[in-house]
Design a protein around this ligand. Structure first.
Ligand SMILES: [Zn+2]
Ligand SMILES: [Zn+2]
Length: 102
């Protein structure tokens, strides 16, 4: 809990700031702990969707790059719960990766 340095009243949160009825407001955007952890999360997600598909079952899927008919795949669950997981294929010949949507 935080108090106003001017009048010692209790501050209340509004629009990402802490405000006091005397007009004082404290911007919370300098407190970027939350933002940093979001960035790390985003990076992990990019890595998952990138070249890093080494394990996974082999399926008969034609590579759009070289026409090879075997690829490994992974299911990637997207953030929103009402979306189906994305399938990421990796050609076992040329290592090209691509996404498939149902
Ligand atoms: Zn105040
Ligand atoms: Zn290929």
């Amino acid at each position: 809990m935080e108090f106003c340095p001017n009048c010692r009243a209790m501050l209340f949160p509004k629009d990402g700031k802490l405000e006091c009825k005397c007009g004082y407001s404290k911007d919370l955007s300098n407190d970027n702990k939350y933002k940093v952890s979001k960035d790390i999360e985003a990076k992990d997600n990019v890595k998952m969707l990138g070249e890093d598909i080494e394990v996974g079952p082999t399926v008969n899927e034609t590579c759009p790059e070289c026409g090879h008919d075997k690829a490994t795949y992974k299911l990637i669950q997207t953030r929103s719960a009402d979306e189906a997981p994305t399938r990421i294929f990796k050609c076992s010949k040329c290592k090209h990766t691509w996404r498939a949507y149902d």
